[in-house]
Design a protein. Structure first.
Ligand code: PGA
Length: 240
């Protein structure tokens, strides 16, 4: 696992955008695994700036998002579909038909999850997977558990995740379930890029890098990946 520490969020986002740019320039039809939440926002801003400057195009890429809430209308202001439109997709030339986000309102969640895994496989697998990390060490919505998870599945969110994310749900109740890629889905990506900023992530980063490799800290599994890069700010790296 490669660890890089930055003294500014801007420098960190530029480094993350560099890795995206390298991936897309090397393969204009790259398959990108994307993340939501606060962590990737500045990276998406930088990617939009580079797109606007004519430095890179997303016209040939295919995207798969990590996760989506269940039982939340797709156009809800807090859905990850809305997040991705607002923070990236509406501002770059990615083709709508190449965008994939789990359908959190599917009638049959198991069938939806299986179809999502088949679509990733049919696209040739993920070339670059972007991740944030939860304060409990989750990646995607793979919460601490007794065993590492496999492909896409429906999960009941933990109290700590509900507490961390309820800040966004000011006028509605936060969903308790989500569809998420599993740990095996994430580990199959050719390259993984995890972004963590702020002191609230320091303990999770310590457990990821120095704790046991255990499903109790799902991100610790990234130490077994042959091309995982952690981009941290000094606050998130404070306990290393
Ligand atoms: P955040 O969430 O980027 O909003 O901190 C990360 C996560 O929960 O995976």
């Amino acid at each position: 696992m490669q660890i890089e520490i930055f003294d500014s969020g801007y420098k960190l986002a530029c480094r993350a955008a560099d890795i995206f740019e390298e991936t897309v320039k090397a393969n204009p039809s790259a398959v990108l695994g994307l993340a939501t939440g606060a962590s990737p926002v500045n990276t998406y801003k930088e990617l939009i700036a580079r797109y606007n400057a004519g430095r890179l195009s997303f016209a040939g890429v295919t995207t798969f998002n990590l996760d989506e809430y269940c039982d939340l209308p797709q156009n809800d202001k807090n859905s990850y579909y809305t997040f991705m439109k607002e923070n990236l997709f509406d501002s770059v030339d990615v083709k709508p038909e190449n965008i994939h986000i789990e359908n959190g309102n599917a009638a049959d969640f198991d069938a939806e999850a299986a179809a999502y895994d088949r679509a990733i496989e049919a696209a040739g697998g993920i070339d670059l997977q972007l991740l944030g990390i939860g304060t409990n060490g989750h990646i995607g919505f793979n919460e601490p558990a007794d065993a590492f998870t496999d492909g896409t599945f429906r999960i009941r969110l933990t109290e700590s995740t509900i507490k961390a994310n309820s800040r966004y749900f000011t006028d509605s109740k936060m969903p308790e379930y989500a569809l998420t890629m599993g740990i095996a889905s994430i580990m199959h990506a050719k390259k993984i890029l995890l972004i963590a900023t702020g002191g609230a992530k320091a303990e999770a980063i310590f457990n990821t890098v120095k704790g046991p490799i255990s499903p109790r800290c799902p991100a610790s599994v990234l130490r077994l990946h042959r091309d995982a890069v952690l981009l941290l700010d000094t606050a998130a790296a404070a306990l290393l």
